[in-house]
Design a protein around this ligand. Structure first.
Ligand code: ATP
Ligand code: MG
Length: 256
């Protein structure tokens, strides 16, 4: 899809620099996500992947460069505009981040009650539709504590979908799940992107997952994107850092 000249970028990062207390985490990141893509971001622990997602949401601020969502500069948005943008972005957190005192239905209804003027009946219909999409319709009246990790994750996906986002950000969607549930989650990411034509950015360091879901991959290393290409080209890459990372080898430039 990225080769289609008629598709336009949902997200564009240009020469992004970001530092925490003088320590540079991003040193000139350039990256774009085109409509409908599933872009997987690879990188070592601590390389700045979650920071990149927080930057997209306007939670952390850049030192220089530009982040544009649907053509609008995120760093220049005021609070109202920022909230409007956030309602168009679904975020799936590593630990699903459901509110433990609310049942599944209320967890999903909350963003709709707070950010839209939809009626109770409309909200009910949306909650049912999104739970059905992730195969969790039966869990509607359950509390988060009554669900397994994989089920909570699926409910977290459903919650990210209630506002019909243009972009979904997944932070380590399969971390801590068994291989079978991981495969189910991978399938779900693909199905959702095809069914609702949403653009997806997936942060992971699980290679089997990455190669299964990606339509394109980008690797973050020492503050920059060192390779941005198709999964096929990643697999064949002779770049020593990329090759060491995707094959999980001990010997190589990483750790040297
Ligand atoms: N709020 C913060 N204040 C100071 N330093 C931070 C903050 N958030 C992140 N960092 C630092 O920025 C770097 C990147 O962190 P980040 O969480 O983005 O890494 P990551 O690639 O998501 O790692 P992991 O794979 O372990 O989740 C780390 O060195 C981290 O210590
Ligand atoms: Mg992280």
């Amino acid at each position: 899809m990225s080769n289609d000249p008629s598709s336009r970028p949902v997200l564009e990062l240009d020469q992004v620099r970001l530092a925490f207390e003088g320590e540079e985490v991003l040193r000139g990141v350039c990256l774009r996500a085109m409509q409908g893509e599933r872009l997987v971001i690879l990188g070592r622990s601590g390389s700045g992947k979650s920071t990149l997602l927080r930057l997209i949401l306007g939670i952390v601020k850049l030192v220089s460069g530009s982040v544009k969502f649907e053509g609008a500069e995120v760093s220049q948005m005021g609070r109202g505009r920022l909230n409007q943008m956030r309602s168009r972005i679904g975020m799936v957190y590593q630990y699903s981040a459901l509110i433990s005192s609310l049942n599944v239905r209320d967890n999903l209804a909350l963003p709709l009650e707070e950010l839209t003027d939809k009626s109770t009946r409309e909200i009910e219909a949306i909650v049912d539709e999104k739970l059905a999409l992730v195969g969790m319709a039966d869990a509607k009246n359950k509390m988060p504590a009554e669900l397994s990790g994989g089920m909570r994750k699926r409910v977290g996906f459903a919650r990210a979908l209630v506002l019909d986002p243009a972009l979904i950000l997944y932070d380590e969607p399969t971390a801590g799940l068994d291989p079978v549930i991981s495969a189910v989650i991978d399938e779900l990411i693909i199905t959702l992107s095809e069914k609702i034509e949403v653009t997806s950015i997936i942060v992971t360091h699980e290679m089997s997952s990455a190669f299964k879901v990606a339509t394109r991959m980008a690797m973050l290393y020492e503050g920059r994107i060192i390779l941005d290409d198709t999964p096929g080209h990643f697999r064949e890459s002779t770049d020593p850092v990329v090759a060491q990372f995707i094959h999980g080898e001990v010997d190589g430039p990483i750790l040297r």
